[in-house]
Design a protein around this ligand. Sequence first.
Ligand SMILES: [Mg+2]
Length: 384
Amino acid sequence: MTNQNVLVPESMEIAVAAVANPAPMFPYLPPHGGGASAGGVRGGFGIRRKCLPQLDLAENGGSGRINVWIETMEASSPKHKSAATLGVSASITGPHEHSTWMLSHPSALSMFDEITKALIGKQVVMFLDYDGTLSPIVDDPDRAFMSDAMRDAVRDVARYFPTAIVSGRCRNKVYSFVRLAELYYAGSHGMDIKVPAKGPSLKKPNGKAVLFQPASKFLPMIDKVYRTLLEATKSTPGAKVENNKFCVSVHFRCVDEKRWRALADRVKSVLKEYPKLRLTPGRKVLEIRPIIKWDKGRAMEFLLKSLGFADCKDVLPVYIGDDLTDEDAFKVLRNRGQGFGILVSKIPKETSASYSLQEPSEVMDFLQRLVEWKRLTLKSCTMV
Ligand SMILES: [Mg+2]
């Protein structure tokens, strides 16, 4: 279906999920079994632990749920002093567990030769998260700038491979950080997608960029909950509420940890009035977004389809991200049996990604090496 500037492939129209049966909010499910598969994808990791419960806002009580939110935020933060002692990650942060985890999720840099072997003859499509992947996690989310060197690396990658930024941020905000017009942008956890006017993909009416916004009817609700959360959290020093257009982030980065529980409780109280919104814990953040069947994984599939690669056997998507919401994309890649995910993390986490990188500087190294490999490959082709 189409309207003025929104194009939605019929097969990807969105259904609002039943409130009584929301999508899982904790995407770190036990990973798949090990072993290599098509496309050079490495196997998962056999860490066994109790699955965390779904974070259902409609549930009675709530202290247990808030514990899970807080533990998840803490465990997602590599610098957090108690990350190794909390139930969420304790079983996967000891020295033995770390080295075992690295065997199943090796560094994408140390495995670079294996990775590039899998890329030969494939159409690589790059998907990059922003915060914690291209830029460091900083106290002030408005100052999460990427370095010029990183921007150069992303620009170079986009010269050789279609490249998309997939972020929880408002699309305009993440674009203001990246400032590369040739990229595809999926903001608000994929609920706000812009395909560049000059991209090699969808037909654009009047040559304009194409927008895809599956949650547009939630805009008034998101705006209202944003204003309510602003009011509800203003007494908590350091709390920051960010309006990401189709979702809202409540940042805990600058909040004293002693106040986390009270702040999470306030957020939960507000959301009781919004059964069509769901909450996902992330790295020192609680993310609020509509309960629709849409996430970063579906955004990635939409972009692949937009690029004409929906049923292409020769496409190889590479997704690099650091957060819980990126797991949706990692899982899609595993289910497709194509491409691979790279988790950016200094600590072992349950993940559906195949490889790991420790921090944004390693992401930059990986992107630079990828460009160099592609240049050498093209050069050797012209010399034959
Ligand atoms: Mg991130």
